[in-house]
Design a binder for this molecule. Sequence first.
Ligand code: COA
Length: 175
Amino acid sequence: MKIIQTSDFKYLNEIIYLYVEAFSTGQSQQHIDLESLNQYIKLIMKEGYAHIAFENEKITGTVLLCPLILDKDLPLEISKKFNIKKCIYVAEIMVTENARGKGIGKRLLEEFFKNVDKKRFTYAFIRVWDQNIPAISLYKKMGFTYLTSIVQTKMNVDQSGTFDMHKIYLHKKIN
Ligand SMILES: CC(C)(COP(=O)(O)OP(=O)(O)OC[C@H]1O[C@@H](n2cnc3c(N)ncnc32)[C@H](O)[C@@H]1OP(=O)(O)O)[C@@H](O)C(=O)NCCC(=O)NCCS
């Protein structure tokens, strides 16, 4: 497996593909507005960066990082307690469906912690749906611990209405 660190916009379409594959099907399926998603991923790549995993030149997963300040849903509880300017946000992590369970997610996070700018950032944060057992298990294994929770309103995949998702924030000290 090869893992690169990049902010190159040439990977935008493949990152978007991974995102749509991960979040428009399965348990957490929801409507995804492609234009907004495109803007969102561009913002992350402009203000932050990605680690991308490849197997035989094919992308198998990615983790997207950006300053925590970009999280528009950040609870006051966190912004009051931490020096937000020194916090980095694991905005997204996704592994292509047929490559899950092979250690790629773990390798991506290890790569992130190995290479993160430790002079600039002292804490890493992550937000996850409280029913996402694979993701929560991975984050706990990597040493993230629970901080607080929020409720987000999402659009049904067929746009027929909305539903609530309970999300939890986890954090880990960078050292
Ligand atoms: C969450 C995700 C990135 C994990 O990536 P992955 O490459 O499959 O995870 P790994 O193989 O590196 O697993 C590492 C650890 O995570 C945990 N884990 C992974 N999948 C799991 C599962 N299905 N059930 C329980 N624990 C799981 C285990 O502790 C595992 O360690 P182990 O193999 O030693 O038991 C992947 O499932 C994914 O892309 N999901 C869809 C997108 C998503 O939900 N992203 C997170 C949004 S916050």
